[in-house]
Ligand binder design. Structure first.
Ligand code: MRU
Length: 363
């Protein structure tokens, strides 16, 4: 996607042929800052500290983290240590495990001196696959927006939560991919952007949409239900960090409440996901998906830009207040109207997913 007219992916190999470029998402939306990862530890820190974030980008960064490790030491032990280090960074997005497993498989039977080159080739393929997958999600999801546009005059209003745009993937995004396509094809689309406390990923979504010229309005997290009650939302589209084989969806905290409000108001609630976000080993999302708990500082303090244009970090609670910061929640499949995948749209059911991914249905 473009920033100031220049095309970017969210992760790339630098001109030196080995170090890894990323956009530091902790300085957005105020400062577009690119930075370089040169070691496994820097890659792990970037994931943990959310310089990179979003399930598919976490997976892609982990893949390059293994490349950086293999450059220094491609022994079995070193690769195992790298995989363990990366797996310990964030627990919820299953793309991390998917990418680490894919890298392990690509390297395991190779002679040591061929492993680093093979790692870079596999990581690049993971990135290219993600881009192609998201383009296909965009095409399938576009049909839903076109349908609303055909049914009535005026703007199509889509509500989204968190950031499931190109910053969260390698390019295009998942939930935002259909919106970008709709805009590019001349549909009058407007996005209600949930602020998404406590990390305010809605600001990233607003920034992305603004760069692409898509009309949008940032709203407090509590506003969605009110907008739906007043007919101001045609459909919801969110991303997911892990979807179970029966269609339960784990996404950024607050997604569940939006799905409840959508159900109560007859608003279709769709979730966009790439195949690597499916966890075929899990059925019950509520009991079997690990939910990340992050620092209470993210709740008690707000980061932003002060009136002097400098970064600000402001405490908003009384000293000593107990805070909890569960980063994700699970939306049960019964609240999900449909899943938008790279292979088409399906019901959030074991059969719906099994028909699209028959190679996994029997496992
Ligand atoms: O904590 P984050 O910002 O990594 O959470 C991201 C989300 O919840 C996204 O909706 C999800 O990863 C899908 S990204 C295509």
């Amino acid at each position: 996607m473009k920033v100031g007219g220049v095309s970017y992916r969210s992760i790339w190999v630098e001109d030196d042929g080995w170090s890894v470029g990323i956009i530091d998402q902790t300085t957005l939306p105020h400062d577009f800052h690119r930075t370089r990862l040169t070691t496994l530890d820097e890659a792990a820190d970037a994931i943990r500290g959310m310089k990179v974030r979003g399930a598919p980008l976490i997976g892609a960064t982990a893949a390059y983290g293994i490349c950086l490790a293999a450059r220094e030491d491609a022994s079995d032990d070193a690769i195992d240590r790298a995989c363990d280090t990366l797996m310990a960074t964030r627990p919820t997005a299953v793309n991390l495990r998917w990418a680490v497993d894919a890298m392990r498989r690509a390297l395991q039977n190779l002679p040591r001196d061929e492993r680093a080159a093979a790692a870079y080739a596999r990581a690049a393929a993971i990135c290219d696959e993600d881009v192609a997958i998201n383009r296909a999600i965009g095409e399938h999801g576009l049909v839903l927006i076109e349908q609303v546009a055909r049914e009535r005059e005026g703007t199509v209003n889509v509500l989204t939560h968190c950031n499931a745009g190109w910053l969260a993937t390698v390019d295009h995004g998942t939930a935002l991919a259909p919106i970008y396509l709709a805009h590019d094809r001349g549909i009058d689309v407007h996005v209600w952007v949930d602020e998404t406390r406590p990390r305010n990923q809605g600001a990233l979504t607003a920034w992305e949409l603004g760069q692409h010229g898509v009309r949008h309005t940032l709203i407090p997290d509590n506003a969605g239900g009110h907008l739906m009650q007043h007919g101001m939302v045609d459909l919801c589209i969110t991303g997911t960090d892990r979807t179970t084989r029966i269609g339960d969806v784990c996404n950024k905290i607050g997604t569940y409440l939006k799905a409840l409000a959508a159900k109560d108001n007859g608003v279709p609630f769709y979730v966009a996901l790439p195949g690597p976000t499916l966890d075929w080993t899990v059925r019950n999302g509520l009991t079997d998906i690990p939910i990340e708990e992050r620092s209470g500082d993210e709740v008690s303090h707000v980061r932003g830009m002060g009136p002097d244009g400098m970064p600000a970090h402001v405490n908003i609670v009384p000293a000593g207040t107990a805070v909890a910061n569960h980063a994700f929640d699970v939306t049960p499949a019964r609240l999900v109207t449909g899943l938008i995948t790279e292979r088409g749209i399906c019901a959030a059911t074991e059969k719906g997913l099994g028909d699209l991914y028959p190679e996994h249905a029997e496992t």
